[in-house]
Structures are given as C-alpha cells and as structure tokens.
Design a protein around this ligand. Structure first.
Ligand code: SF4
Ligand code: SF4
Length: 382
C-alpha cells in the first residue's frame, strides 16, 4: 500500500510565491509538458511538474530545501511550451527567492531585501554610515586640486568598511544559510528517494563541488536551452566580469598594503586594463539581461519580479557610477567625480552587505545543489 501523506496547505506560502513572480502557479493542470521539454531535468523524478503541484497546494516543505528547484536554470523552455501559461520557470524562480529569505540570517534583513517597499532604507543605511564617517574624519567636502578619490574618501576608511564586510559578514551570514540549506536538501533528497547515498560525507561532497565547477564556468546547462539562448551569453559575461573585478580588487589590495604602491594607477597598467575590460563586459552583460527580460515573448515569460530587477538595477548602477567616476576624474570635473564616487561606494556596500539576501545568493545555493546532485548520484560528474 502506498504511504499516506498528510497535506497541510500553507496559504501564506502560496501568496508569497505569487508576490515573488509565481502569480500564474494556479493555472497548472498537471499535463507534464514542462517536465518533458525541460532540457536539464533528470529522467528519474523529473521537474518542474511535481514542483508545480506542490506550489499550488502550498507544500512548503516539499519545495524549500528541494535540490531540484536549484537545478533549474530558469531558461523558460518549459514556460514557452506550457499550454496553460502557468510559467513553471518563473514559479521555480519564486521558490528560490523564497528559499533565500528562509535561509537568511538575520531574518529581518532577509525579509526587507526582496521587499520593494524598503529599497530606500537599504540605500539610506550606507549613506548615513558614510556621511557620519566622512563628517567625523573631516572629509565631508569636495577637496581642492587634482582629483584623487583617496583625498575625499580615505583608502583606510574604505578598507575599514569593506574588508570586514567581505571577510566576516558575508562568510558568516552565508555560513549559517549554507548549514541550514545543506541539512534541508539532504533530508529532503533522502526522504523523496532522490539520493542514492544516505550519509553526508564532507570530503566526498567537496569532490562533488570540484566536479561541478567546470559545468558552472562553461555554463553548459544554459547552452542546452533552446528558447532563450540570449540568457547564456548575458549570464556568462556577468559571471566572468565579476571574476575579473574580484581578481583586480585583490591585486590592488596587495599592491597597496604589501607592495606599498598607492593609486591612482595609469590607464595602461595591465591590471587597470583588466578592470576596464571587466567593467565593459559587465555593462554589456547587464544590458543583454535587461533586453532579454523586456523582449516580448508573448506570454510575459521570464519578465522577473522586484527580486530579479533589484539586482539587475544595482549592478547597472555599479557599472555606470564606476565608469562615470573614472571618466569625470579624467575630465577634471571634481563636482561630479566625487559625488559619483560616493554613489559608487554606496552601491558597492549594498552589493556586499545584502549579497546573501539578494538574487546573487543563487550563485552559492545553486552551486551547492548542483554539487549535491552529483554527490547523491542524481546526476553524473562531468
Ligand atoms: S506547468 Fe504547464 S506544462 Fe507544466 S504541468 Fe502545469 S500546465 Fe502542464
Ligand atoms: S526553466 Fe528551464 S531549467 Fe527550469 S524547469 Fe523550465 S525548462 Fe527546466
């Protein structure tokens, strides 16, 4: 006899999914076309049909902590072919957004980052901190003479703010989220019979992460999509430009504090060239992302919610303020260059401080889910 399952619909969970972009979830009539056309879904217990019925019933425990939700790359092949316009790709995206809030710590920050009513508060926090620090250190004015950003916002002050964010805040907050996430996806996979291994062995799991990295770097899952090929190029440009900017930041940090070479650095400096190429790649990637989301697919597919757009706008703002700071510095326009630099630092703060609660957190959670899928032998290692 089949095991009985006591269904406890969570209406608030359904409402949250609708608010996060899954507003069409009730349209699904379980035809399974989506699971058939999904190029990524495994043959055994394929997604996203089963996730759609769980979403309709508000079965939160079947969705939050479900590795399959994270294996989906939101290519929206399924949404294009869905005969009911239920947009399963967008529903899974909403489940991921909800899960990021669920694993977040502190919870209140996890709640306000994806909530469009609080964008002004998230910006006001760094603005207040920066104005206070500039005020007490006597830097709250436009400096005279040659434009040097360090004369306005001392490098030591920048590092006092951003080094703890990067080396303490992000690892600790993500560490808590990762612990909760891994416990849940393992429990869920064993309970649902998706994991061949019942234990969670850390050294073996680390090997699975290593075998997942080539898939992520090549974006080979994205390239399997047929309906939205543009997402592949946009995503890969953004990924590699972030990698480039990460490398540049670390080199400049070593140059300043270990080699004692202060900036500004010449435009012909190879590291500066890498920074500029990465910034241009990021700008092109973000513009492609915006045009992909805005293009008319006929069924409002993949348009995204506030959660998606807040990250896209933040990254666009980062590139524009960073580029304009540099251009106005070279054009000797201090009254524009210094405020632009201030705005750029505010947005960098938002990126760092809110990263574990934003859409960008999917980079970590999806990597772990893909690795777990290989660890649990749901998918083979490449
Ligand atoms: S989401 Fe669409 S394609 Fe998938 S089962 Fe429901 S109705 Fe069918
Ligand atoms: S969005 Fe793409 S990867 Fe996700 S379920 Fe649909 S077809 Fe599969």
């Amino acid at each position: 006899m089949a095991n009985s399952y006591w269904v406890e619909p969570d209406v608030r969970f359904v409402k949250q999914l609708k608010r996060l972009g899954g507003d069409t979830l009730k349209k699904c009539y379980q035809c399974a076309t989506c699971s058939v056309v999904c190029p990524i879904s495994p043959e055994e217990r394929p997604f996203p049909r089963k996730e759609m019925i769980a979403a309709q019933w508000g079965l939160k425990d079947k969705l939050v902590g479900n590795m399959d939700v994270w294996l989906c790359h939101q290519c929206n092949d399924c949404s294009t072919y869905c005969p009911r316009g239920a947009r399963p790709g967008d529903v899974l995206n909403a489940v991921r957004a909800y899960s990021i809030q669920e694993y977040a710590w502190p919870k209140w920050l996890g709640k306000i980052v994806p909530d469009g009513r609080f964008w002004w508060l998230l910006l006001a926090i760094p603005v207040a901190i920066f104005l206070f620090l500039l005020g007490v250190t006597g830097h709250l004015h436009i400096p005279e003479g040659e434009i040097e950003f360090a004369k306005f916002f001392p490098t030591l002050l920048v590092d006092i703010i951003f080094v703890p964010l990067a080396t303490f805040w992000i690892p600790v907050v993500f560490g808590i989220g990762i612990y909760r996430f891994m416990s849940d996806i393992h429990k869920n996979a064993v309970a649902e019979g998706k994991a061949k291994r019942k234990d969670l062995n850390i050294p073996d799991f680390l090997k699975s992460i290593a075998c997942t990295i080539p898939t992520i770097l090549s974006h080979s899952k994205f390239s399997q999509c047929t309906e939205n090929k543009g997402r592949y190029l946009a995503h890969i440009l953004v990924l590699f430009s972030f990698v480039g900017l990460f490398v540049v930041t670390n080199i400049f940090f070593v140059a300043l504090y270990i080699l004692q070479i202060p900036g500004p650095y010449a435009q012909a400096n190879p590291v500066k060239i890498l920074a500029n190429i990465s910034a241009i790649a990021l700008l092109v990637g973000v513009i492609l992302m915006i045009s992909n989301r805005l293009k008319d697919t006929g069924a409002n597919v993949g348009k995204g919610s506030y959660f998606d757009w807040s990250l896209i706008i933040l990254v666009l703002g980062l590139v524009v303020t960073g580029g304009l700071s540099q251009l106005t510095r070279l054009a000797h326009l201090p009254s524009i260059a210094y405020p632009m630099y201030f705005a750029h630092l505010v947005l960098v703060f938002c990126l760092f401080a809110y990263l574990p609660f934003s859409k960008l957190a999917h980079l970590v959670y999806r990597t772990l889910a893909m690795a777990y899928s290989r660890y649990s032998e749901r998918e083979p290692c490449d």
